[in-house]
Design a protein around this ligand. Structure first.
Ligand code: PLP
Length: 393
């Protein structure tokens, strides 16, 4: 019976009982290759032995204490994130939307603390996704998400993604920050041009704006670097992270420079659950794996192999796939027909993928896959494309 659930999702009639690495077993006993990762979340695959051990060990000690006390594992994880990034301060929370909300608050607080309380508006991109709270649906600007939830939260100005002219023209005396996904996820796997990211940094420096990257989907190793903006060799002032950071344990983080975070003093923001010992134990175990020598290079390598194989596939099935795009293991197939049909064909062949905006099928496999999983996925993709283009399957 699903009637007791608020029907805000159109769910597939499919449930899973267990997982192992890149595979999920359904309650019917069928094994599926998981190239969706619960929407880019289970970055190290299912039931990773060292994550299971870390969570189990912590579960036997203490689950929750609140942020009224020190949480040493959180101090350690924050230090490790700081060592590997532009950031000097970290706020832990439980989800992506909370990380973005914290970031939007930080933006206002920064300008208030530095004597510019009149700067509070944020420039965001069309086709963006930043979460489902009242403020982040306004930031995203997707009419489907806003419908029926008026009045809309004020303070967001939308410009076309990858377009510097529009962006420059949108800056006013009230502009406080620019919020951008280095690779748009829900919008259909659209990477920002690296020159665009660099130009954003320059324009923020020119006008004294904060550069805010939403790396909730594209961060934590997904593109083959720990964070996607590293490909452009520039740094933001703040960045939201979630999804892959807990590899399935609900967790998010806002990272910021000390300067950007200067207004965020005791009492200005908070969370009951954020950064609790269970999450921090898993978060540190995820970092242990991702920071291992060769891990990110491996993601880059397998991502390039998958990319090449998908290009070949698209060339063979031009009536099914219009374009392949993305970075690392965050790849999108823009469909000719409906993306939902391809997702369903793939699911029938026991390959899990995720639909995205712009008629795209998202491939978001765990970062631990190798050639064998790529081969298997391509075989299923090939048969699904053949079925959709009218051939034998
Ligand atoms: C998923 C996502 C969010 C929202 O994260 P939740 O954990 O669902 O709140 C925000 N921004 C981006 C880019 C995302 O992919």
């Amino acid at each position: 019976m699903t009637d007791a659930l608020m029907p805000v999702y159109a769910r597939a009639d499919l449930a899973f009982e267990r997982g192992e690495g890149a595979y999920l077993q359904s309650s019917e006993g069928d094994w599926y290759l998981d190239f969706g990762c619960g929407i880019a979340v289970t970055s190290l695959g299912h039931a990773h032995p060292r994550l299971v051990e870390a969570l189990g060990e912590q579960a036997r000690k203490v689950w929750h204490v609140s942020n009224l006390y020190r949480i040493p594992a959180g101090e350690r994880l924050a230090r490790r994130l700081v060592e590997r990034t532009f950031a000097e301060r970290v706020f832990f929370c439980n989800s992506g939307v909370e990380a973005n909300e914290a970031g939007l608050k930080l933006v206002r607080k920064y300008h208030d603390a530095t004597g510019n309380p009149g700067r509070w508006r944020v420039i965001t991109c069309t086709n963006a996704f930043h979460g489902r709270s009242l403020s982040t649906i306004a930031a995203g600007g997707n009419q489907k998400h806003l419908e029926g939830f008026a009045p809309q939260v004020e303070g967001f100005d939308h410009v076309a993604f990858n377009n510097m002219n529009e962006l420059r023209n949108a800056i006013t005396d009230e502009t406080a920050a620019i919020l951008v996904e280095p690779v748009q996820g829900e919008g259909g796997i659209k990477p920002a041009h690296l020159d665009y990211l660099r130009a954003l940094r320059e324009v923020c420096d020119e006008y004294g704006l904060l550069l805010f990257f939403d790396e909730i989907q594209c961060g934590m190793g997904r593109t083959g670097k720990l964070f996607a903006h590293e490909w452009a060799d520039i740094t933001p002032d703040l960045m939201s992270v979630a999804k892959g950071i807990g590899s399935g344990f609900p967790m998010g983080a806002l990272l910021a420079t000390e300067k950007a975070a200067q207004g965020m003093t005791a009492g200005t923001h908070g969370t009951t659950f954020g950064g609790n010992p269970l999450a921090m134990a898993v978060g540190n175990a995820v970092m242990d794996e991702m920071l291992r020598d060769g891990f990110l290079d491996g993601v880059d390598r397998v991502g390039r192999t998958l990319w090449q194989r998908l290009q070949d596939l698209a060339a063979r099935y031009p009536r099914v796939i219009e374009e392949v795009r993305g970075a690392g293991l965050m790849l999108g197939l823009k469909c000719v027909g409906s993306n939902a049909d391809l997702v369903a064909e793939l699911r029938r062949r026991r390959l899990l993928t995720v639909p995205g905006g712009d008629n795209v099928v998202r491939l978001l496999p765990p970062l631990i896959i190798g050639e064998a999983e790529v081969d298997e996925a391509l075989d299923k993709l090939d048969r699904a494309c053949a079925a959709l283009s009218g051939g034998a399957a």
